[in-house]
Design a protein around this ligand. Structure first.
Ligand code: GDP
Ligand code: MG
Length: 702
């Protein structure tokens, strides 16, 4: 779409930028990334009276023009670099009326930059509830810019904001604070370097040039030289600026703010917090909520997921039956369609997990979760906000990795992403069920517990212990990028707004399908190729061999299964399985398991299907019991002992517990970290861990 006019929404975190953004742009939104970083770029369009469309960008929350996090650096660059693609024609600063003092630090900094600016005082309802009366006209005169009041939650004041945008009504900001006298001469010297007249903009440029992306190394060197020549202590200058600003802000607030003593919203919140932050009940409630979330993504999501699988299976059968019998049909059905199904099937879990997460976030409970769990999780290098994604990992790592976005610290977020796939996700369930059924007898322990169930539980626990343990180890190897100070705010409790929740769900589903989908489709096609083609003329020979058994041009189901089994054995995947055999023999695995390890890179549950093909079971008569019987009857070619001894099955289960066998997880890790480094590390450390654990188990048990 053509951009006639660019607007940037800036402000402190939690001030209501996104709410205002949603109210202004509705469904006309797109999400991308700011160039070169992983920070989300949300922009949307607003049509104004004369037919022009205005592009509005929701910038990451920022406390000041001294950037600390990657998020703040993005905002910093957009505002300071006039060449930046998102550099605005109008800055809308959104401020939280109930927290005006803190918000004004950033507001006055923006004003001193001299960009066309207007101020939106949001959350007016909260300010009123707290008995605060604000004189916005006086504030506007004081700052020299238009000031509007809104309640972005209820949509109040939005039409005034739209009118202001249509009129392109920015004021002439009045300078609020000027850098102290002693830096003026330095700023004079700066003009030839950056072309800026001495002033606040030039001062910020000097202090924070390290964070500016669009200046040359030469300029950086010149600026550094200038700083050391004049022996400037930047930290001190900034501290002085902050103190000075707050003094002025206090004076300003005194003249525009009247307070009465009633504080309704706060007291309701305090009452609720007496329970939800209680040292005992707090945890009880939290556990209950976790249990509920876990149940729902684990069991409720299974209905729509089964439905999606059925639809894709039927589409596949229809395709195989009605399209020409050629390689491209096979590619379409078993490569592309299977890959597509493998993507769409995650959507219900993603939507459900994010439904709960955005409810927790919207109501204000998420901040309490961080507060309750933070101390404990920090011991492992994680964060209070890691808890919900980790538990979600029991259902599926994919939506849970997407849910780590709310973790503010980069390091803690990466750690959470790295260890999350160790949690026993639901795709491991069919593998465990099959293998436990083969080795663990159906007995009762102490006349009460089912032994098979206990073993299953042990594997679930193992996943959790492995995740926490790996985090503890990795915490020493991953460097913190920026020492982000942690400011935990306790928002007041509020009812969620369904429009916002809905937008989040649509966003997340889209981000997954389009972001990770590409990678998943590509890998599916590669895996399809590996299991449908073989080197040389092996496949033709097999076809010829079976030609004699054709009846009316068709094979009997048994012969067909046998042919499929032989084809798999001679395919590239089969070759790889055999090639892997020496490497995996110490774990008790043979080439057949090798093939399954290759194919279940798509997803762990593919193990069962591959085994069914290897033991030549067709999809019609496939049952877990028959597969189990066939596998148990298999004997080792040289020793003549059962192939699936206790040692082998346990080794195999351990392998599935730890190995990174899920292309969707790798794809989403790539999308969320914007680098192949992390998925690659994830793959290697998890597979290494799996190999060691299996080796140990097999060697000890056999
Ligand atoms: P952002 O971090 O600046 O993008 O802020 P959000 O738009 O995500 O809003 C933060 C929280 O404030 C959410 O829980 C919103 O529901 C709430 N909120 C936003 N605007 C208002 C408002 O005008 N009044 C009230 N009471 N709450 C609001
Ligand atoms: Mg936001």
């Amino acid at each position: 779409m053509k951009k006639d006019f660019q607007i940037a929404l800036v402000g402190n975190p939690n001030s209501g930028k996104s709410s205002l953004f949603n109210a202004l742009t509705g469904l006309n939104q797109k999400v991308g990334n700011f160039p070169g970083v992983t920070v989300d770029k949300k922009s949307g369009f607003l049509k104004i009276g004369n037919g022009d469309s205005v592009e509005i960008t929701d910038l990451p929350g920022t406390y000041s023009l001294y950037p600390r996090s990657e998020d703040e650096q993005v905002t910093f660059n957009v505002l300071l670099d006039t060449q930046n693609a998102s550099h605005p024609d109008l800055v809308l600063v959104v401020a939280d009326a109930s927290n005006l003092r803190r918000n004004l630090l950033f507001i006055t900094q923006i004003i001193d930059l001299g960009l066309p600016t207007a101020l939106i005082i949001n959350k007016m309802d909260l300010a009123k509830e707290q008995g605060m009366d604000l004189n916005l006209a006086a504030l506007s005169t004081h700052l020299g810019i238009p000031v509007l009041a809104t309640n972005a939650r209820k949509g109040e004041g939005i039409s005034e904001v739209k009118r202001l945008i249509a009129e392109r009504g920015a004021g002439q900001p009045l300078p609020f604070y000027l850098p102290s006298e002693e830096v003026q001469p330095i700023l004079q010297e700066l003009t030839p370097i950056n072309g800026l007249q001495p002033g606040y903009r030039s001062f910020i440029y000097l202090c924070n040039h390290d964070y500016l992306q669009n200046i040359s190394d030469k300029q950086h060197r010149e600026l550094d030289a200038l700083i050391s020549k004049h022996n400037i202590n930047i930290t001190q200058l900034q501290a002085r600026e902050t103190v000075r600003r707050y003094e002025q802000i206090t004076g300003l607030l005194g003249s525009i703010e009247k307070r009465s003593t009633k504080e309704v919203g706060k007291s309701r919140t305090e009452k609720i917090d007496r329970i939800l932050l209680h040292p005992v009940y707090g945890y009880v409630v939290f556990l209950g909520i976790l249990f509920f979330i876990f149940q729902s993504i684990f069991s409720w999501a299974s209905w729509p997921m089964e439905f999606i699988e059925t639809v894709f299976n039927q589409l596949g059968s229809w395709g195989s039956a009605n399209l020409p019998d050629a390689w491209y049909t096979d590619l379409l059905v078993n490569g592309v369609l299977a890959g597509l199904g493998g993507i769409i099937v995650f959507v219900p879990q993603i939507v459900l997990l994010f439904l709960f997460l955005s409810l927790l976030e919207e109501t204000g409970y998420m901040a309490r979760v961080s507060f309750l769990m933070d101390k404990l999780m920090r011991k492992f290098g994680l964060n209070g906000k890691s808890v919900v994604p980790l538990i979600g990992g029991y259902a599926c790592a994919v939506p849970s990795i997407m849910a780590t976005r709310s973790i503010n610290s980069w390091k803690e977020r990466i750690l959470t992403i790295m260890v999350l796939p160790l949690m026993s996700c639901s795709a491991r369930l069919p593998v465990y069920t099959l293998l436990i059924g083969m080795t663990v007898p159906e007995e009762r322990v102490l006349g009460l517990f089912n032994l098979q169930g206990l073993v299953m539980m042990a594997f679930y626990l193992l996943g959790f212990v492995a995740a926490i343990g790996s985090a503890m180890v990795m915490k020493w190897f991953i460097k913190e990028r920026n020492s982000s100070f942690f400011l935990l705010e306790m928002p007041i409790y509020q009812f969620p707004r369904w429009q916002n929740v809905g937008l989040t769900l649509v966003d997340k589903a889209k981000a997954f399908v389009f972001g990770a989908g590409k990678v998943i489709i590509v890998i599916s096609i590669i895996l399809w190729f590996m299991s449908s083609f073989g080197p040389g003329d092996a496949f033709e020979k097999l076809e010829q061999q079976f030609a004699t058994e054709l009846v009316d041009g068709e094979l009997s189901p048994e012969a067909e299964n046998e042919l499929n089994k032989l084809k798999l054995e001679h395919s590239y995947a089969g070759r790889m399985g055999k090639w892997m055999e020496p490497g995996i023999a110490p774990l008790g695995f043979d080439w057949k398991i090798g093939i399954s390890l290759v194919t279940s890179f798509a997803a762990r549950e593919v193990f069962v299907g591959t085994m069914a093909t290897i033991y030549s079971l067709g999809s019609e008569d496939f049952e877990e019991t028959t597969l189990r019987e066939k596998m148990m009857a298999d004997v080792h070619p040289t020793t003549g002992k059962p192939l699936y001894s206790t040692a082998t099955t346990f080794s195999l289960m351990l392998f599935y517990a730890f190995a990174m066998q899920c292309m969707s997880t790798l794809a989403i890790t790539y999308r969320e970290t914007k680098s192949w480094k992390w998925p690659a590390l994830q793959f290697f450390y998890m597979t290494g861990l799996a190999y060691l654990a299996s080796l140990l188990a097999y060697q000890l048990l056999s």
